[in-house]
Design a protein around this ligand. Structure first.
Ligand code: CO
Length: 206
């Protein structure tokens, strides 16, 4: 199967809200074909998530998957800090996202709670990454390609990926949300990723 290329920032389809998949298309061969193409493109890249607009299709479909191989360069401390854990393939059609309130000890200061800031990148903005603040816990609901209901509560890195992919369906890229002074090439990021987020921010004045 010849795979479509990933479209890059600058293509209009990445900047338009994606259309919901109509009920009559759920469960069709056509939708299943789109999903299997997206999964193949994501795995080949390789990436941990892909939204349909990234292969030029303006429909509300996202796929996500994270595995050991993709996080092998992170230390156990870095994995724990990011909340990065492997999860099996998730296919979500017409997703809606809800932020889950953080569980706080009584009397704790809620300001900034339930949010986390880390470097993230995007297959449609290759070669770069930046710090982005995201909600720590979210719940997504939608259906899979067969129309079966999907509901998933995600925390940490999976929650970050979900927010990133759902953003794609709204025509939003991480560069719209990033701490702009933290924008850096993947080459330079090798040093920054070895530091704490606070150190990286101090180094860049971000
Ligand atoms: Co992306």
């Amino acid at each position: 199967m010849e795979l479509p290329p990933i479209v890059l920032a600058g293509r209009a389809v990445l900047r338009k809200p994606a259309a919901p998949v109509p009920p009559e298309e759920i469960g069709t061969k056509q939708l299943k074909q789109l999903v299997s193409t997206m999964v193949a493109v994501m795995r080949k890249a390789p990436g941990v998530g892909l939204a349909a607009p990234q292969i030029g299709v303006g429909q509300q479909v996202i796929v996500l998957e994270d595995g050991e191989a993709l996080m092998s360069r992170l230390t156990p401390e870095q994995r724990a800090e990011r909340g990065r854990v492997p999860f099996p393939l998730q296919v979500i059609v017409n997703p809606t996202l809800k932020v889950l309130a953080p569980s706080l000890p009584a009397g704790a200061d809620a300001a900034g709670a339930g949010r986390a800031t880390f470097f993230e990148g995007c297959l449609s903005v290759p070669g770069y990454m930046a710090l982005v603040e995201r909600d720590l816990s979210v719940e997504v609901s939608g259906v899979d390609a067969d129309g079966k209901e999907v509901r998933w509560q995600a925390t940490g890195w999976p929650a970050r990926i979900l927010q990133h992919e759902v953003d794609h369906l709204r025509g939003t890229l991480y560069v719209d949300r990033m701490i702009s002074r933290s924008f850096c090439s993947n080459e330079e990021a090798k040093v920054l990723l070895g530091q704490s987020v606070a150190e990286a921010r101090a180094a860049l004045g971000a």
